[in-house]
Design a protein around this ligand. Sequence first.
Ligand SMILES: [Zn+2]
Length: 238
Amino acid sequence: MTDVRREIHLLITIAKIDAELNDCRTEASQLPEKIDKTERDIKAIEKSVVEAEAHLEAMKKEKRLLEQKLQDSGEKLKKFKVQLMEVKKNEEYQAMLHEIAHMEKTIDENEERLLMIMDEFDQQGLQTVDFKKQKEEARRKLSNERSGLGARLEELKKEIARLEGEKPKILMELDPQIKKRYDRILAKLHDFAVTHITDEVCHGCHSRIPPQAAVEVRKNDTIITCQACGRILVHYVS
Ligand SMILES: [Zn+2]
């Protein structure tokens, strides 16, 4: 006669292996996404650095242009003022005064724009430095993450291999009839055929099981299956 308690003890071991396998596989499958996310972050920061540098370069050009303009207008203004002294006709004198006033106004505007650009230039420079810092930090983070996650992935692979090696040994110890039952459920559900309950809920399908069935499962002396998903239910504290 089958010693049900012994069988259930084996089934509990299998349920624990399956639960651990499931955790390891889930974690392993999520690791590449974590690395991708950091890589995407770095690309976004790199784009900001390129844009900030382009903006800085454009401002540098405008600054040089304005400085040149100011120098030219300054020289022209000096010449005009000298010429003004030599003008005899009142009409010409007035026209020249008008020209000088216009030039002075343009110089004022350009000087104002230059001050604004210099101010913006400083701010943009600080922002660019900040973006560069962020980029370096993200790169460092990625490199740490890569080695950390790579090592974790190796650990998980080893653990998965160990558990996958362990499982058939336990399955072989099962009573042939129970093993057949186990295989039948597994063939149907593909992931795992035996699971535990938490309170009165099946861990496999999250359905509530009748309170009496939960009491029976907790005794671990009869093989009980979930009415909703068909998995064998056992009791252990996870
Ligand atoms: Zn279930």
